[in-house]
Design a binder for this molecule. Structure first.
Ligand SMILES: *[C@@H]1O[C@H](CO)[C@@H](O)[C@H](O)[C@H]1NC(C)=O
Ligand SMILES: *[C@@H]1O[C@H](CO)[C@@H](O)[C@H](O)[C@H]1NC(C)=O
Ligand SMILES: *[C@@H]1O[C@H](CO)[C@@H](O)[C@H](O)[C@H]1NC(C)=O
Ligand SMILES: *[C@@H]1O[C@H](CO)[C@@H](O)[C@H](O)[C@H]1NC(C)=O
Ligand SMILES: *[C@@H]1O[C@H](CO)[C@@H](O)[C@H](O)[C@H]1NC(C)=O
Ligand SMILES: *[C@@H]1O[C@H](CO)[C@@H](O)[C@H](O)[C@H]1NC(C)=O
Length: 261
């Protein structure tokens, strides 16, 4: 009874297309995941699937138990590995290596079919789109530097040779109560210069430190693709903090000195 119900379920709910983003780093190898959720092949000879990009260039092609390297576009030759041992469980993921920024924003789609064995070629899974992957490739920013000019009260935060363009945030910490707040983006000037050869960005952000007394200024550089944030903090006028002890503390110090004397 249970089996029958499951079989009904399979007929009524065919695989829906799975849509996802895959984010990764230049030079790495990444698995592009795709799983046949409701139907698995009984035999690899009944399975047909292929991966292609938006331009319909084929990354990988598998037909009735055999890889079809002659269908693969030269852009992807030697860069794709499949996992035949996993295919029987419906896992038709592939691994792509040697990633470059050329692969950034690429969209990969997987089409698959499973047919019953026998002469009639009845499909238990019609030829259809199973997975849709948007690929984001990044180059991490390695370091960030923060220069503060305490005469002009300007701060400059810079970072080099990453991708994509980073997002910046600035935080100030009040001297009086250590409370913190983020600067309004409208008060922040940023410049990003892209290298025409390798597409990498050099990035610089400048603020005028507003009126008031602050303990520290912090710059956050965020790579949106890798979801990594580099943080650097500058402590402002170290001497100032000591000179500005509240009156009662100075009174206490004097009293202590008098008592000791
Ligand atoms: C991988 O990248 C390197 C450097 O860009 C290149 O020399 C090599 O031919 C690439 N390999 C493949 C299989 O594309
Ligand atoms: C599918 O196969 C790939 C390659 O072996 C593996 O990395 C991935 O974890 C598998 N996914 C599932 C859900 O089993
Ligand atoms: C980015 O910065 C690096 C290191 O300072 C420098 O070598 C390179 O020329 C800069 N690139 C651009 C496009 O300004
Ligand atoms: C930001 O740029 C504007 C216009 O170029 C300029 O007036 C302003 O002083 C700059 N602010 C900072 C913090 O550099
Ligand atoms: C992947 O990268 C895209 C583009 O930068 C970004 O919008 C998205 O939030 C990233 N996803 C994760 C999980 O970090
Ligand atoms: C980025 O990472 C933070 C934790 O470091 C997490 O809370 C957040 O959900 C992540 N953002 C995305 C888009 O995955």
């Amino acid at each position: 009874m249970f089996i029958v119900l499951v079989a009904y379920f399979l007929l009524l709910v065919p695989d829906a297309t799975v849509v996802l983003d895959v984010n990764t780093t230049v030079g790495e190898s990444t698995v592009l995941p795709c799983i046949l959720m409701t139907t698995t092949p009984t035999d690899l000879k009944t399975l047909r699937f292929y991966w292609q990009d938006e331009r319909n260039y084929v990354l990988y092609s598998f037909n009735e138990g055999k890889e079809m390297p002659e269908h693969v576009n030269k852009l992807y030759r030697g860069r794709i590995t499949a996992f035949p041992q996993d295919m029987i469980r419906g896992n038709i993921s592939v691994k792509v290596k040697n990633l470059t920024l050329e692969d950034n924003q690429n969209v990969f789609q997987v089409f698959a079919a499973i047919f019953d064995t026998g002469s009639t070629r009845r499909y238990s899974l019609e030829h259809r789109k199973i997975c849709h992957i948007t690929f984001h490739v990044a180059v991490p920013y390695k370091s960030v530097s923060l220069a503060v000019n305490e005469e002009t009260m300007t701060a400059v935060c810079t970072t080099q040779r990453g991708f994509p363009e980073p997002l910046v945030k600035w935080r100030l910490q009040h001297l009086s109560d250590n409370s913190q707040y983020f600067l309004d983006p409208r008060d922040v000037n940023t410049t990003a210069v892209q290298d025409p050869k390798d597409q990498l960005y050099n990035f610089s952000s400048t603020i005028d430190i507003p009126g008031g007394r602050y303990r520290s200024v912090t710059c956050f550089i965020h790579n949106p693709t890798l979801n990594v944030t580099l943080i650097t903090t500058h402590i402002l006028n170290k001497g100032e903090a000591e000179r500005s002890l509240p009156g009662w503390a100075i009174g206490l110090l004097v009293a202590t000195v008098v008592l000791l004397g």
